[in-house]
Ligand binder design. Structure first.
Ligand code: BTN
Length: 246
């Protein structure tokens, strides 16, 4: 597997969570560019305290990263989403639409194909966890999913895909370091699900509805509420309402 300069991979057949393993490796001295990849996870975790179903055949990887100052971890998730998006695009038939769903899902034909979980623990080091449905997709009632195989991806296999994702991640990371968040924000918005449409934002504190107007300069979602006020949303899930789908 080809990895970009400065990256190295540790592969494990099975682990509880590659993010958790990455933190263990950080404690043991691993640094920026170390990638932990596993064939399967027994306790894969997702955003908002959810789990991540992790059978063999899909991709589970975590990249240890030290973001550039001012270390805006929320932006790191967009670096990862763009990297995953580029890597998947090169495998998929042109007819398969790839879109980004705030904050950091990658969708194919309107179904989730990849998820990203960025974790920090108070210091400069962050762990960027990436899960891609390569061979199979979980059957989840509230979040329709798909896999690369189901969408006709050519030669999709977790190992080579991990290398491609690292290459594109490294490219976007360098762009972010050199030019800031602006170019990433634009690239992400160009493929955003629901921009300008009515959405429902499910937050840890409750549900809001409004129009998805923009991404803030730090990656927060800007929601225009029915009264016209703009609300910044930093954490939650966003769904197109039936009006937005129509
Ligand atoms: C989401 O909820 O959409 C984020 C899912 C992130 C899953 C990946 S799989 C590899 C890494 N290890 C984990 O335990 N989680 C992330």
């Amino acid at each position: 597997m080809a990895l970009p300069a400065g990256f190295s991979e540790i592969f494990l057949d099975e682990v509880d969570s590659t993010n958790e393993e990455a933190w263990r490796r950080v404690a043991a001295g691993a640094g920026h560019g170390t990638v932990i990849r596993a064939g399967a996870q027994t306790a894969g975790r997702g955003r908002m305290g959810r789990g991540w179903v992790s059978p063999e055949g899909n991709l589970y990887m975590s990249i240890i990263v030290v973001p550039p100052p001012p270390r805006l971890a929320a932006q790191l998730a967009f670096v990862a989403a763009l990297g995953v998006g580029d890597a998947l695009t090169s495998l998929l038939p042109d007819a398969v639409s790839l879109r980004f769903k705030w904050p950091n899902d990658v969708q194919l034909v309107g179904r989730k194909a990849a998820g990203i979980l960025v974790e920090g623990r108070g210091g400069p080091v962050h762990v960027v966890g990436i899960g891609v449905n390569v061979a199979t997709a979980p059957n989840l009632a509230d979040a329709p999913a798909t896999s690369l195989t189901a969408q006709g991806a050519r030669d999709a296999a977790p190992g080579p895909l991990a290398g491609d994702i690292c290459t594109h991640f490294a490219g976007w990371f360098e762009r972010w370091r050199a030019d800031g968040f602006g170019p990433l924000r634009e690239a992400w918005l160009a493929r955003a699900v629901g921009l300008g449409k009515p959405v429902e934002a499910r937050l840890p504190t409750g549900t809001l509805t409004g129009i998805f107007r923009d991404l803030d300069t730090d990656g927060a979602l800007l929601l225009e509420e029915p009264g016209g006020a703009t609300r910044r949303i930093e954490a939650g899930d966003v769904f197109l309402t039936s009006a937005g789908r129509g």
